[in-house]
Design a protein around this ligand. Structure first.
Ligand code: NDP
Ligand code: BG6
Length: 478
C-alpha cells in the first residue's frame, strides 16, 4: 500500500484541542537549535493561546544542567517584548519547562524515567499526547528514536509524533539508509520532517495564491511564463558551522531542500482537493514535479566559492565545496515544457533575499514600442519571501506591489510546530519527496566533486559569469 493510501485511512488526532493533555519533549535541549528556535517557537504558540491548557515541555540531554539553568539559557530568546504582561507569560511558561538528564540518547532507562516524571506533572496522565522534537545531530536520530519507542511502550502510535530537523542524508544512499532505519521504528504518519522554509508565510500562501484565484491560475504555464528564477541569497557566511558546511556545501544545505520545495509548490498541478487527505494530495503533486524534472548535469550548473572561504575555521585545505550555485532545471510536462527553472543560492553575497521571480513572455505586440520590449523591460511577477513579504507585478520601470502580510517576525518554526500538533503534515516533507529530490541531484553532486568552483568576492552578487549566463539565456528563454 502506498504511503498516501495508508495515511488517508487513519485520521490524525488534533493535539491542540483545549482539553488535550500534551507533552512536548525536546531531545538535545542543551543545544543551539533548541535554545534559539524550538523553545522560543513553543513560547510564541503558548503566548498566543494556541496550546492546550494541560501542557508540559521537557528538555532531554546529557548535559549536566538544572531546570533553572535551562530556563536561563532560553530566557533571552523568549523574553523579547519585555512588557509586564509578557513577563508574566514568560514566568508561567517557564513553570511548564522541565529538564531531564540521561547518560546518552540510547539511555532507555532515562527515557522511561522521563515518562514517569511527565505523568507526575500532568493532571491526566492516562491520556497524554506526545510531540518529540529532535534537536540533535542526524547520526543520533535512529538511536534516540529507538529510546522513544521503548519509552512509548504501550502507547498507541497515534498518541506520539516526532519532528526531525535536516540534514536528511547527503545523497541518495545516505538518505535511503536513514529512511530505512526510521521506518522500522515509526510509521510515516508519525514522522514530521521539517523544512523550515515550508513554515514561512509567503511559501505557505503559494497554493492558495495559485489555485484560489483565476487571475493567477490562468497565466501559470508555459503559455505566458518564459522562465522562473528562485533565489535564496544570504549575506552571512558559515556562522561557526564550517565543519558541517564544508562537508555539505550550498546544494545540500539549501538547494536540495528549501529551493526544491519552493519549486515544487510553484510548479505542481492542482492537488486533488476533494481527496480525503489534503496533505497527501499536496505531497503527491510535489512528487510528480520531481518525477517530471530532468536530472541536471554539469552544463546546467555554475558553482562558486567566496574569496577567503579556504581560511575559514574547519574548512579543508583546497576544499572544492561550493558556497554559491546556480542550477537550471527543466520540468518535462505539458505545463512547463520549455520553461527553465533557475535555482540560485549563495552565502556572503551583497543582499539577504529570498524570492521567486516569474518572468513573463514578451507580448506579440508591445504597447509601448513598435519593436517590442527591450531586454531588461520584461514583465515579471515577484513573490518576495524575505526580508519583505509581498507580490509585485511590473517591469524595471514601473509596477505595482501587493502587500501580503504585515511586517511580522518570521514564525516559521512556530507555524510548523503548530501544524505538527494539529496532525497536519502538508508542510512537512514526505519520505518519497526526499528520495526523489536526492535522486535528482545526486549524480550532479558526484560530478561536481571534480570541479573547482569559480571564485567571487564577499559582498558581491556572486560569480560574474552568472549574470552573463542569465543575460545570454534571456533571449533564448523568451
Ligand atoms: P548541537 O551541535 O548544538 O547539538 C544539539 C545537542 O545534541 C547538544 O547540545 C548535545 O546535547 C547533543 N549532541 C551534540 N553532538 C553530540 C554527539 N556527538 N553525541 C551525543 N550528543 C550530542 O546542534 P544544533 O542544536 O545546532 O542542531 C541540532 C540539529 O538541527 C542538527 O542536526 C543541525 O544540523 C540541525 N539544524 C540546526 C540549525 C540551527 O540553527 N542550529 C538550523 C537547522 C538545522 P548534550 O550534550 O546535552 O546531550
Ligand atoms: C538553513 C541552512 O537550512 O537555512 C543555513 O542550514 C541557512 O545555512 C538557513 O543560513 C537560511 O534560513 P533563513 O530562514 O535564514 O533564510
Amino acid at each position: 500500500m502506498s504511503d498516501s493510501a495508508t495515511s488517508s485511512l487513519s485520521s490524525n488526532l488534533d493535539y491542540t484541542s483545549k482539553d488535550a493533555t500534551v507533552a512536548i519533549i525536546i531531545i538535545g535541549a542543551s543545544g543551539d537549535l533548541a535554545r534559539r528556535k524550538t523553545f522560543p517557537s513553543i513560547f510564541s504558540l503558548y503566548e498566543r493561546g494556541f496550546l492546550p491548557n494541560s501542557l508540559v515541555i521537557y528538555g532531554y540531554g546529557r548535559s549536566d544542567i538544572q531546570r533553572e539553568s535551562l530556563h536561563s539559557k532560553i530566557l533571552p530568546f523568549i523574553n523579547t517584548h519585555q512588557t509586564n504582561e509578557s513577563s508574566q507569560k514568560v514566568k508561567d511558561f517557564l513553570k511548564l519547562c522541565y529538564y531531564h538528564r540521561g547518560s546518552g540518547y540510547n539511555d532507555n532507562d532515562a527515557f522511561c524515567k522521563m515518562r514517569e516524571s511527565i505523568e507526575r506533572n500532568v493532571q491526566n496522565p492516562k491520556s497524554i499526547h506526545y510531540l518529540f522534537y529532535m534537536a540533535i545531530p542526524p547520526n543520533l536520530f535512529a538511536t534516540a528514536t529507538q529510546s522513544i519507542r521503548t519509552m512509548m511502550k504501550s502507547i498507541p502510535s497515534n498518541q506520539y509524533r516526532c519532528l526531525f530537523e535536516k540534514p536528511f542524508g547527503s545523497d541518495s544512499d545516505s538518505y535511503n539508509q536513514l529512511s530505512t532505519s526510521l521506518s522500522k521504528l515509526l510509521t510515516e504518519q508519525q514522522i514530521y520532517r521539517i523544512d523550515h522554509y515550508l513554515g514561512k508565510d509567503v511559501i505557505r500562501f503559494i497554493p492558495s495564491f495559485r489555485f484560489d484565484n483565476t487571475l493567477i491560475s490562468n497565466i501559470w504555464s508555459n503559455e505566458n511564463v518564459s522562465r522562473v528564477i528562485i533565489s535564496v541569497k544570504e549575506t552571512i557566511g558559515l556562522e561557526g558551522r564550517g565543519g558541517y558546511f564544508d562537508e555539505y556545501g550550498i546544494i545540500r544545505d539549501v538547494i536540495q531542500n528549501h529551493l526544491i520545495q519552493i519549486m515544487c509548490l510553484i510548479a505542481m498541478e492542482k492537488p486533488k482537493t476533494n481527496s480525503s487527505c489534503k496533505a497527501e494530495a499536496i505531497r503527491d503533486a510535489k512528487c510528480q514535479v520531481l518525477r517530471d524534472t530532468k536530472k541536471p548535469t554539469l552544463k546546467d550548473c555554475i558553482v562558486g566559492q567566496y574569496d577567503g572561504y579556504l581560511c575559514e575555521e574547519l574548512v579543508r585545505t583546497e576544499s572544492r565545496t561550493p558556497t554559491y550555485c546556480l542550477i537550471k532545471l527543466t520540468i518535462d510536462n505539458e505545463r512547463w515544457q520549455g520553461v527553465p527553472f533557475y535555482l540560485i543560492a549563495g552565502k556572503c553575497l551583497n543582499e539577504k533575499l529570498a524570492e521567486v521571480d516569474i518572468q513573463l513572455k514578451e507580448p506579440r505586440l508591445s504597447f509601448n514600442t513598435q519593436e517590442g520590449l527591450h531586454d531588461d523591460e520584461y514583465y515579471s511577477m515577484k513573490m518576495k519571501i524575505q526580508p519583505e513579504k509581498y507580490v509585485s507585478l511590473g517591469n524595471r520601470n514601473a509596477g505595482t506591489t501587493l502587500k501580503l502580510f504585515e511586517k511580522t517576525r518570521d514564525d516559521a518554526y512556530a507555524n510548523l510546530i503548530h501544524d505538527a500538533l494539529q496532525g497536519n503534515s502538508s508542510s512537512f516533507v514526505r519520505d518519497d519527496e526526499l528520495k526523489l529530490s536526492w535522486k535528482l541531484l545526486t549524480p550532479l553532486l558526484h560530478e561536481l566533486e571534480s570541479i573547482r568552483p569559480l571564485s567571487y568576492k564577499q559582498g558581491s552578487e556572486g560569480p560574474r559569469e552568472v549574470q552573463s549566463y542569465l543575460h545570454n539565456n534571456h533571449n533564448k528563454d523568451m
